[in-house]
Design a binder for this molecule. Structure first.
Ligand SMILES: [Zn+2]
Length: 311
């Protein structure tokens, strides 16, 4: 049983300008590194299939979906939020991002692969039920999780988000849905500054001060997230895999290294082994230093594929 790697060349055509950090080169950097480190040899590669418009309604309001379709430009750029833009290819890329995660769920549930990594963009975890936000158009991971709940009959799912930014969109979508345990580690203060102290029990927010290194990150995950996952006994684990908490990342000030990504991946695989029949789907969120992104994804995916021991 292998690891699926799901991506699509069209995801690189979502290009909103040279100044924007969420750049097409992110995907080619990941792809090139997986090839040069010979990790790709062990992956089962799939072209993402686009999601149907109807699947978006699992997580989003009709008003948001219609707004995105209406704004999709024939030429030039249109703006959805202060940081989120669309070019003529963005809608297709966003549908491939959602479709990749749904396809990953289908492959894992059919027992065709043990787990999957979706190398897609635009990312998704800031997209709320009713709005695009922070480079995100549709919430890829939330739609994938709801696909597993609604179409594969699962009852309990965990989403772990280790992007350096709070996964406000995912929290917003599942705030009143306790079938999903949502755990997010993030730097605070930092965009989007959305987390509150009084969340329901199925929302676990772990705020980390600027400068936090791997040892404290691991301690917080060990003390505050792993016990919650163990008690919840999820049937499936989703990972919002952002790599912008890396020391080299230009958008934030945490100091994680590749070994920390290897470590948390290994911890989540252990939980999946114990409770979830090893079912794990991971999808790319942030990560803006191309070199650190590529090496961190290699650490993460190598671990998913069983090629590394814990760091
Ligand atoms: Zn981020």
């Amino acid at each position: 049983m292998t690891t699926a790697y799901i991506t699509h060349p069209e995801c690189a055509k979502h290009d909103v300008g040279d100044e924007h950090p969420e750049a097409p080169e992110r995907l080619s950097a990941i792809n090139d590194a997986l090839i040069s480190l010979r990790i790709m040899d062990f992956l089962q590669c799939h072209d993402a299939r686009p999601a149907e418009r109807s699947a978006l309604a699992l997580a989003h309001s009709e008003a948001h979906i219609k707004r995105v379709y209406d704004k999709s430009p024939l030429m030039g750029l249109r703006q959805l939020d202060p940081d989120t833009f669309m070019n003529p290819h963005s809608l297709a890329a966003a549908l491939l991002g959602v479709g990749a995660v749904m396809q990953a769920v289908d492959l894992v549930m059919a027992g065709k692969v043990k787990n999957a990594f979706c190398s897609v963009r635009p990312p998704g975890h800031h997209a709320e039920r009713d709005k695009a936000m922070g480079f995100c158009i549709f919430n890829n991971i939330a739609i994938g999780a709801l696909h597993a709940l609604e179409h594969h009959g699962l009852k309990k799912i965990a989403i772990v988000d280790f992007d350096v930014h709070h996964g406000n969109g995912t929290e917003n979508i599942f705030l009143h849905d306790d079938r999903v345990l949502f755990c997010s580690t993030f730097q605070s203060p930092l965009y989007p500054d959305t987390f509150a102290d009084s969340e329901p029990g199925h929302i676990v927010n772990v705020a980390l001060e600027p400068g936090t290194k791997g040892d404290l990150f691991r301690q917080q995950v060990r003390e505050r997230i792993l016990p919650e996952l163990d008690a919840f006994e999820p049937e499936f684990i989703f990972i919002s895999a952002g790599f912008d908490a890396h020391k080299q990342d230009p958008l934030a000030h945490l100091s994680l290294l590749e070994d920390d990504y290897r470590w948390i991946t290994h911890q989540l695989l252990d939980v999946a082994e114990k409770h979830a029949g090893r079912r794990v789907v991971s999808a790319l969120e942030g990560g803006y230093n191309l070199e650190a992104l590529a090496t961190s994804v290699c650490a993460h995916v190598g671990c998913l594929a069983g090629l590394h021991h814990a760091g």
